[in-house]
Each structure stands twice: as structure tokens, then as C-alpha cells.
Design a protein around this ligand. Structure first.
Ligand code: SAM
Length: 216
């Protein structure tokens, strides 16, 4: 559970350093108005994704888990003129809101929202992607990592969200539905296919973390 001080610090950092634009605020407001769950990345992480796209010089980005397009906006804004983001979303109603938010942000041309279960959409995509952001159903984390390897190349940047899960990786019985798959995906990241680390985070989304990796 997020502690008030973590949230205050996150707000201060967001206001002072990250400085989201009206398009980011609008994406959050629209999601809230449509009754979508507030499970998008925090603004500090959105900006990190934006910077990772720039740092890696990514031209083709793949996102699994769109929601209202908040993280998609951050990443698409960092792409070069000829860059493109493919984002995969299971629920048509989430995809519709994401498309609206991306259009308001002037990013419709740069982003394709693919609707349906990601495991159905992935075989229809062709590589190679320069950066892959995984933030969908945790049960399929390992499958998505395998797809990141298949659709990537050596050096492809992979970000996997929600990897600490309030510490449930130490005791998976705390969340039997998700924690075992999170642990399995971390073991995969620690294996021969990836060069990886995990950063723990606190803030409005509680105690969690994200993995940052490159495909070997
Ligand atoms: N990346 C988004 C952001 O930070 O703004 C948040 C994504 S939210 C945590 C997870 C999204 O994944 C939800 O919109 C959910 O509907 C979608 N999702 C769940 N299972 C999925 C699946 N099998 N295939 C594709 N999307 C899925």
C-alpha cells in the first residue's frame, strides 16, 4: 500500500523534474472518466520509458498492455520522425480510449493499437523491435519475454513492469494468481537469454519495481 510520503515525493518529482504535458494529463483524466482502473505507470516511469527510447535510439517499439495509452504517449513522443510503436490491448473499450488519447496527442500516425489477446496478435508482427515494454497480464510474462527475443535482436531493450509486487516474489502465496508467474519471468531474465537488472520503486502505485534488460 502506498504511503502518503511516497506519493508526496512522487508528486514533487513529477512537478519539478518530469513536467508532464496537457496530453499526459488528458490521458489520465479520460481514463478516470471512463472508469478505467488507475494502473498506468507513474509519470516518473513514463518519463523513464521516454528516455529509454531516446537513449537506445529506438525506431520500432512494441508495447504489450495499452490501457488508455498513457505509457504509449510517453514512448511515441520519443520516437524519431520515421519511428513507430505497436501496442497490444486485450479490451476493445480500453483500445478505443487509447486511440482517442493518442489522437489528441497528435500521435495517431505513429502508433498502431492492436486489439485482442496479445498472444494472438504477436504472431502477426514482424521484427525487429528495438525496445519492448511488457505491462499486461502477469501470467503470460514469460511468454511475452520469449516473444521479445523472437521479435527482437541482440541489444533489444526490454522493460518488464511490476516485478516486485509488494515483495510477493519472496512469498508467492501472497498472490497465487500472479506472483508465481512474476518469479518465473524473473528467473528467465536471470538466465542466458538476457542481461538484466530489477529496480525497486515506491510511489503512488505502492511498492513495486521494473526489470530492465537487453536481449543477448
Ligand atoms: N502500459 C499501460 C500504461 O502504463 O499506461 C498500462 C497497462 S495496464 C497495467 C494492463 C493492460 O493490459 C490493461 O489495459 C489490460 O486490459 C491489458 N491486458 C490484459 N491482458 C491482456 C492480454 N492477454 N493481451 C493484451 N492486453 C492485455
Amino acid at each position: 500500500v502506498a504511503q502518503p510520503e511516497w506519493i508526496d515525493v512522487e508528486r514533487w518529482l513529477t512537478r519539478t523534474v518530469v513536467k508532464p504535458g496537457p496530453e499526459h494529463e488528458r490521458a489520465l483524466t479520460t481514463a478516470q472518466e471512463r472508469g478505467m482502473p488507475p494502473i498506468e505507470v507513474q509519470p516518473t516511469s513514463g518519463k523513464l520509458l521516454n528516455l529509454l527510447v531516446k537513449i537506445s535510439g529506438a525506431r520500432r517499439v512494441l508495447e504489450i498492455g495499452t490501457l488508455a495509452g498513457f505509457s504509449s504517449i510517453w514512448m511515441a513522443q520519443a520516437l524519431p520522425e520515421d519511428g513507430h510503436l505497436d501496442t497490444l490491448e486485450y479490451l476493445p473499450e480500453h483500445a478505443a480510449v487509447a486511440r482517442e488519447n493518442l489522437a489528441s496527442a497528435g500521435l495517431s500516425e505513429k502508433v498502431t493499437v492492436h486489439v485482442g489477446p496479445a498472444l494472438d496478435s504477436l504472431p502477426g508482427l514482424t521484427g525487429s523491435y528495438d525496445l519492448v515494454f511488457i505491462d499486461a497480464d502477469k501470467q503470460n510474462n514469460s511468454r511475452y519475454l520469449e516473444w521479445a527475443v523472437r521479435l527482437g535482436r541482440p541489444g533489444t531493450v526490454v522493460v518488464l513492469d511490476n516485478t516486485v509486487w509488494e515483495g510477493a516474489l519472496l512469498d508467492t502465496s501472497r498472490d497465487a494468481a500472479n506472483a508465481p508467474s512474476i518469479v518465473e519471468s524473473l528467473e528467465l531474465l536471470g538466465g542466458p537469454l538476457f542481461d538484466a537488472t530489477v529496480i525497486q520503486t515506491t510511489g503512488s502505485k505502492g511498492w513495486d519495481g521494473f526489470a530492465l534488460a537487453i536481449v543477448k
